[in-house]
Design a protein around this ligand. Sequence first.
Ligand code: NAD
Length: 413
Amino acid sequence: PISARFQSSAAATKIVAPPMVYISGEEMTKYCMEQIMDKWISPRVDTTKWEYYDLSCVSRDTTEDQCLRDAVAAGARVGAIFKEPTVTPTEVQKAKLGLKKAWGSPNGAMRRGWNGITISRDTIHIEGIDLGFKRPVLFERQAVGGEYGAGYKMVGKGKLTTMFYPEDGSEPVTVDERTLTNENSAAVTYDNPLDNVPDLAHHFFSRCLEADVVPYVVTKKTVFKWQEGFWVAMKEVFDAHYKQKYIDAGLLPKGELQHLISDAATMQIIKWTDGGFGMAAHNYDGDMLTDEVSQVHRSPGFISSSLVGKAADGSMIKEFEASHGTVADLWDAHLRGEETSLNPLGLVEALIGAMQHAASLEGGPEAEKIIAFTNNLRKVMHQLMVEGKGTRDLCGPAGLTTEQFIEAVAERI
Ligand code: NAD
């Protein structure tokens, strides 16, 4: 039959994918990605240049986290990374899986190892379907610093002093002195590194300009005075390099870059459902606000997430992942033999992003074929969703199961 002949000739001319790092995780998202690789990618793409790293809890445990160090080193060398969601084991999972310890989140090691600047999270849009926001919402979350890197001790009554000792040996500086009067307090220290803010600013303002959206810088600097530096660094880059371009594009309604207080930003995200805006924020605010964006925009399956870092030679390291976790509840349902309906769009958008970034780093005719193949993949997923053949988060009870959706896409590509 014609279809079989077509398949064999297609298989003979597989597109050779450029080098990329593929990090696998576990649970429902791993199960889903295995099928996507088997049914969509492997029949058409030669992935022998990809490097695989298994960051499941058991693999991290047996290698004493060498697999994480190897994955980070490979990512820094190759520059294009796809990551499945991973489990950061709780004490319960530690016991259940028989782990030596409850290994910490791998994300910090990646953000440090890849000189992380920002985590970009954008709404995914499907022509013909109204999700939450009508036009794109772009987000830049500073990838390092803040509460995530905090040190702390539980302390009682007494005097608390925070000292800074300059590297150059000059006079120490007292950062803060206070008297604690409670029997029980959490004393916390953290810093907000500002050296990478100009890079974050360039990334954010060039993206907003290209996407035709209005940029906002979000902080709580009115009360948290130490956040002023983030705003100042962002505004300096904006005024020097982007202001005129935004005026020309009609994207600066008030004539100046706008600052939003973070609590006001939480309200605007719910109200501004027309979309067409971008926000840049510190690490923790960015974490909270992007989760809010994902809820307004229907499901975490409709948000992309990409960690942008900078290699020593100035080239961009980009890691792409879904914004959600391993979807453990659906995995449990699957193990019980029940039907599940995982929306793979965020996962696949991440795979597409990583494959396209790898292609842009390599260039050449094969790279162009990868771009065309992945663009078509996206189109097919969107078409099915528009036709009501999407997953149940979008189409309700009549929607397809995890496996049916993967099969439907496979047939059409
Ligand atoms: P989750 O994002 O996996 O799921 C939250 C809820 O949203 C669940 O009800 C789930 O069914 C639903 N959901 C998420 N994505 C969906 C999709 N694509 N389609 C349909 N429904 C979807 O978060 P969780 O349940 O809090 O965490 C599960 C595990 O994931 C935990 O072990 C956690 O450590 C891990 N996690 C990993 C990452 C990461 O690797 N980046 C991020 C968050 C959580």
